[in-house]
Design a protein around this ligand. Structure first.
Ligand SMILES: NC(=O)c1ccc[n+]([C@@H]2O[C@H](COP(=O)([O-])OP(=O)(O)OC[C@H]3O[C@@H](n4cnc5c(N)ncnc54)[C@H](OP(=O)(O)O)[C@@H]3O)[C@@H](O)[C@H]2O)c1
Length: 252
């Protein structure tokens, strides 16, 4: 499907930013948000105000929905909304602040933005059976099982995936003209990773953006990338809990 307008939340770095660059260079109008205004402005200056509109937004704050409303009013009913905001840290010390901040951003923030957008889609006459709004969240393969080195990160990713299934069923029940996508990358070279460490099977952010834009275009329900991670997830799922609990994941 052709994308004309897309909203990207979490557009200031990493996968979200690379998706914006890819879409804008193809002439797609993009509404972008994140906390770092200098980076939002830089994208707007690079691609022009006809293609890029932005709002400063902190998804952990209730005011995020006002910023989203303003963005929607400026760009019009988008073909897709991508929630790419997220934080994640290994937390071997079980620092409570890290755990709670992760939940605020990945879980509470996602619900705030995605639910607000769905309620907008219910009212918006531009959407119908033939033209559905696509909502996608960048979750992670880390949501496949609870991970002892990053409890809140893995749990919030699992919660995101379960929530998206629920929303998909909700949309059918309530006849809301939306489709819902769960995008699960493996390791991608972005700021979320520790620059001093080495990660297996790591992908470039440009490659990740290619998978994500394709997923948006085709309203894909689940996208796991790349194929090596698809295999890994299959094996991962087969490990029984009694064995999984005994596995020591090496801190990287
Ligand atoms: N990189 C990987 O290996 C990998 C693998 C699987 C899944 N993911 C997921 O991909 C998503 C994007 O991460 P990334 O790898 O691209 O990392 P990143 O470069 O650190 O990007 C994170 C984005 O989230 C935004 N963000 C964080 N807190 C926010 C807040 N309170 N309000 C609004 N925006 C906020 C950041 O913008 P501001 O700081 O400007 O607000 C930034 O644009 C995350 O959900 C991550 O879990 C990444």
């Amino acid at each position: 499907m052709k994308l004309r307008t897309v909203i990207v939340i979490g557009a200031t770095s990493g996968i979200g930013r690379a998706v914006v660059e890819r879409l804008a260079s193809e002439g797609v109008r993009v509404g972008i948000a994140g906390r770092r205004e200098d980076r939002l402005l830089e994208l707007q200056q690079r691609f022009g105000a006809e293609l890029i509109s932005y709002r400063v937004m902190d998804v952990t704050k209730p005011s995020a929905t006002e910023a989203l409303d303003e963005l929607l009013a400026e760009v019009g009913a988008p073909d897709a909304l991508l929630y790419a905001s997220g934080i994640g840290k290994q937390n071997p010390a079980l620092d409570e602040d890290i755990e709670l901040r992760t939940i605020e951003t990945n879980s509470v923030g996602m619900v705030r933005i995605v639910d607000h957008f769905i309620n907008y889609a219910k009212r918006e006459t531009a959407y119908n059976k033939k033209h559905k709004a696509h909502i996608a969240v960048i979750t992670s393969v880390a949501g496949t099982k609870g991970i002892g080195q990053a409890p809140a990160y893995s749990a919030t990713k699992s919660m995101q995936s379960a929530y998206l299934v629920a929303l998909s069923q909700y949309a059918r029940m309530e006849r809301v003209p939306i489709t819902v996508g769960d995008i699960r990358p493996g390791f991608v070279a972005t700021d979320i990773l520790n620059p001093e460490k080495r990660y297996p099977m790591i992908m470039t952010v440009e490659r990740a953006a290619k998978f994500v834009t394709k997923s948006l275009r085709h309203h894909k329900r689940i996208t796991i990338f790349d194929w090596r991670y698809k295999l890994l997830v299959c094996f991962w799922r087969m490990i029984p809990r009694c064995i999984w609990e005994r596995i020591t994941i090496v801190q990287n």
